[in-house]
Design a protein around this ligand. Structure first.
Ligand code: PMP
Length: 470
């Protein structure tokens, strides 16, 4: 029989040192909701395991049956300050009591300029800057595509294999991560060309990382611009400074630096998608800062407002030369979302960036020998709290161990830690930026245990579909 929904806000009052599960998963309340979800909600969502959330605090998440999880996925790298940070909640509550909406498309309000000025201070390129507000990562990319065409009067965009930029039609045209994301949606936006993205782990044997990264960028000028895309028709190169969905792959500095040179030579705009890698996740405000490259535009979303929907396109001011009516969004730059963003930036500046760097170093130091020591682990890479672990069936051929990766993520859920996969066979560590070393140790112990369990063949893959229906 189903129990009552969990009402006791357990996690408000204490910080568990470990995940604490009190029911089998999914629990009885979760099962009811899963059954409704299966009937009512779009089946296009990709749920890796049946977590039904009730409330969150910091890195803790409580489900509808009172089970306590460690959240190392942070709502897909969104809850940068942790769940329901008291300062973020207070800022949102105060703003909600004052003004919830008026629309920056038609009217003025001070929050628009306050956040723009704040973002300008931390932008990865010299000012002056301008800001366009929207509601998501995809919309920030849509705005970038439109502005690049508008400003340069050129039609084409160059993006990269493995890149993920969103699922709206324009953004999807740039996305080139998994064929399923594009299947049966053609024709997509014309004028998009994809180039290889350097994957250091899979680089050809005998090549040096830096030379390989540089040569991968050179392919654009030496091949693509000579054979397929005349450079004077290319409005922009759009790149993730750290590929997210594609497998948690940092773009090597030599690659980004060469992209900048190519853009400068041909009057092309360099657009960096920091939707996932930004807002301090890599230990600096922006992942591109690690390379010293200054982009022309930057797309921001996810972690910027700790979970409220907000997207931002920030550009060098002279580029944003479109005229009234060219582009706008009813909800973009909503005052409550901006209040959350202002509080988020204050918290990240005070503690988040340093903590992301320090705990990230700690995780990397603990996991550096996993490829030698643990079965299935081929590679560990990353910066700050954006760390990818790639699983391979064979460490010489580096064949992706996709099923084993999925199994490891599921086993970790059963032990109370939330992870997400990415790429063909990688797992991402992207906890809130306020996570402690002790919490990271607990999560890594559990992850290591799950890797051993799955590799040994002793753990049976759960079949939640049956349980949800029962
Ligand atoms: N760009 C990147 C790098 C992303 O990771 C994502 C989302 N995973 C997007 C764009 C799209 O963002 P949204 O889902 O908010 O539209």
């Amino acid at each position: 029989m189903a129990t009552q929904p969990s009402k006791s806000p357990k996690i408000l009052n204490f910080s568990p040192v470990r995940p604490a599960l009190r029911t089998a998963l999914p629990g009885p309340n979760a099962r009811r909701i899963l059954a409704d979800d299966a009937r009512l909600i779009s089946p296009s969502y990709t749920r890796p395991y049946p977590l039904v959330a009730q409330r969150g605090r910091g890195i803790f998440l409580e489900d509808v049956d009172g089970n306590l999880f460690f959240d190392f996925a942070a709502g897909i790298a969104v809850c940068s300050t942790g769940h329901c940070h008291p300062e973020v909640v207070a800022a949102m509550q105060a703003q909600a009591a004052e003004l919830i909406h008026i629309s920056g498309t038609d009217f003025y309000y001070p929050q628009l300029t306050e956040l723009a000025a704040r973002l300008s201070q931390i932008a990865p390129m010299p000012g002056p800057h301008r800001v366009h507000y929207c509601n998501s990562g995809s919309e920030a990319i849509e705005a970038a595509i439109k502005l690049a065409r508008y400003h340069t009067k050129r039609p084409s965009i160059l993006a990269f294999y493995g890149g993920f930029h969103g699922r709206t039609m324009g953004a999807l045209s740039l996305t080139c991560s998994k064929a399923q994301q594009r299947r049966r949606f053609a024709p997509l936006m014309p004028g998009v060309v994809h180039a290889p993205f350097p994957n250091l782990y899979h680089r050809p044997a005998g090549t040096e990382p830096e030379q390989y990264a540089h040569d991968t960028a050179r392919f654009i000028e030496d091949q693509i611009f000579r054979t397929e895309l005349p450079p004077e028709e290319c409005a922009a190169i759009v790149v993730e400074a750290f590929q997210g969905e594609g497998g948690y792959l940092p773009a090597p500095s030599a690659f980004l630096q060469e992209l900048r040179h190519i853009c400068d030579r041909h009057g092309i705009l360099l657009i960096v998608d920091e939707v996932q890698s930004g807002m301090g996740r890599t230990g600096k405000w922006w992942a591109i800062e690690h390379s010293g490259v200054a982009p022309d535009m930057i797309a921001i979303a996810k972690g910027v407002a700790s979970g409220l929907p907000l997207g931002v396109l920030l550009t060098r001011a002279y580029i944003m030369d479109w005229v009234p009516g060219s582009h706008a969004s009813t909800f973009g730059g909503n005052p409550v979302a901006i209040a959350a963003a202002m509080a988020t930036i204050a918290i990240l500046e005070r503690e988040g960036l340093t903590n992301a760097h320090e705990v990230g170093e700690h995780i990397l130091a603990r996991t550096y020998d996993w490829p030698q020591r643990l079965p299935l682990v081929g590679d560990v890479r990353g910066r700050g709290l954006m760390i990818g672990i790639e699983f391979v069936a064979d460490k010489h051929t580096k064949t992706p161990a996709t099923e084993q990766r999925d199994h490891i993520v599921e086993a970790a859920f059963e032990k109370g830690v939330l992870f997400l996969g990415c790429g063909a066979s990688s797992l991402r560590l992207c906890p809130p930026l306020i996570v402690t070393k002790a919490q990271a140790d607990v999560a890594l112990d559990i992850l290591e245990e799950c890797i051993q369990l799955v590799a040994s063949g002793k753990h049976k893959r759960p079949n939640w579909k049956d349980k949800a229906a029962s």
